[in-house]
Design a binder for this molecule. Sequence first.
Ligand SMILES: [Zn+2]
Length: 167
Amino acid sequence: MYKGALLQKCSQSKCETPRDNGIVPHDTPTPDDAARCPCLSGNSYGDCCAPIHRGAGLAPTAERLMRSRFSAFALGLPEYLLDSWHPSTRPEELELDPHLRWQLLDILRTERGGPFDRTGIVEFRATFRDGTGTVTGTGGSTRGELHETSSFVREGQRWYYVDGVTD
Ligand SMILES: [Zn+2]
């Protein structure tokens, strides 16, 4: 369903931008379980974020939820992103920019966010490549960085993303 929506979107004007660098993130196939997880944990996708994305497991900590959300951005899984967003701050819908390719995640700091905490903070830096330069405002393929301090809350066994402060 989701892929169909993206394809639909990409038949429209936005995707007529020349693909000068060959980076076409939305055509990237979802990695199989043996591939390295996009969150760069060092584990395979099947042993890391895949079960969380598929609802077969829960992120035990705020940091794990953060990592699974980064992977979901990298893989283009808006449904999971909405699902892991706290209902109080969750947007109605989420449209991922198909020209952004999320590449690196550095967890800089965590506060609380453990299995017995109710809230958690994760500060991270994420690196992306902007295939069109529209996001970074450069007009060409370039690299950008997102530095965010995110808040998480636990309800029952589940961690949720609440919101984030970027700079
Ligand atoms: Zn992972």
